[in-house]
Design a protein around this ligand. Sequence first.
Ligand code: NAD
Ligand code: IPM
Ligand code: MN
Length: 333
Amino acid sequence: MAVIEGDGIGPEVISSTVKVINAVKGIYRLPIELEFVEAGLNAYKKYGTNLPKHSQNKLADSNCVLKGPTTSLEGFGTELGVPVKIRKSFNLYANIRPFKPLPRVNNVARLDAIIVRENTEGSYSGFEYMISDQVALGIRLATRSAAEKIFKIAFNMAKNRRKKVTLAHKANVLKATDGLYKEVFLQEAKKYPDVTAEESHIDALAGWLILKPESYDVIVAENLYGDIISDEAAALVGGLGLISSANVGDNYAMFEPVHGSAPDIAGKGIANPIAAIMSFKMMLEWMGYPEAANCVEAAVIKTLNEGKNLTPDLGGTGKTADIENEIILNLSK
Ligand code: NAD
Ligand code: IPM
Ligand code: MN
């Protein structure tokens, strides 16, 4: 497996995760080898690009990647961010982001849901132009094939959960692009008679998520909507420091925390490593090691329950290294 440390708090949370990986490898005798790959702001400063060719080759030679957050450049003409590049080049069409109440954290709302986010198109398709210094143009892409793939994943997930899928869309305004997604969604829904298919305007859903969180099970959304409601959902169940994700395609996958490089706390040693550690847990499931995955999750839950050395985002005064130690001590078969 490949590992991208990232920048900002990336190296801090990935360092904790690597220690957890090595501990879990020892307990379960897992045949996992780590291959470190340069990417992000540090690679940009060194090579003039955030994902140099040698890094792309290393990723292509691996079966999956665990990725720490990387800072994105802003300004027209700057290159795409590392996660967007990797999602596109490996066609990681589904971004799966679980949210559930955890012990002792600030659960603003009782949300137990999964967001399935389309990961390769929408406003992220790269069709952006400066027509003049007064006018900018962006084109949104929606394809039937990408829609079918994420809806299939969403309905299959719901079958093993509370049997409900909600499509977030804005087909009342975006009649072609979101209209196509809605049409494909309703068509796909017919194949899953046991699952309730619900559709909701994204703006209304943003409010209902706070007011009626218990009414959601699987939420499926195009790229940008899925991005925005992910951070909203995170805020409802303890914050970004806890939320993991799996970017999956047919042949490759990338696992990363939902949060970014957090420049406001980088270098202070107080970042919460749980989102990154839980991303490794999702990786273990994808690799076919469910027992090891459960062991990681159980250690995180035990640590939260004990409430010792929690990081400031969770209301504690602990450091990244402290909570990492607690989690490692709590790992057991
Ligand atoms: P952010 O997620 O980095 O930070 C938002 C807030 O959450 C900040 O107050 C931060 O301190 C807090 N936070 C985030 N992770 C935390 C953790 N593990 N522990 C404790 N607190 C945490 O969002 P942003 O400020 O919008 O983005 C900063 C940079 O990261 C940008 O360049 C953005 O493009 C990039 N980014 C990268 C990824 C990725 O690589 N997957 C994801 C999101 C944002
Ligand atoms: C995420 C991030 C990325 C996105 C950025 C950093 C490109 O916000 O993974 O949620 O918008 O997809
Ligand atoms: Mn995001």
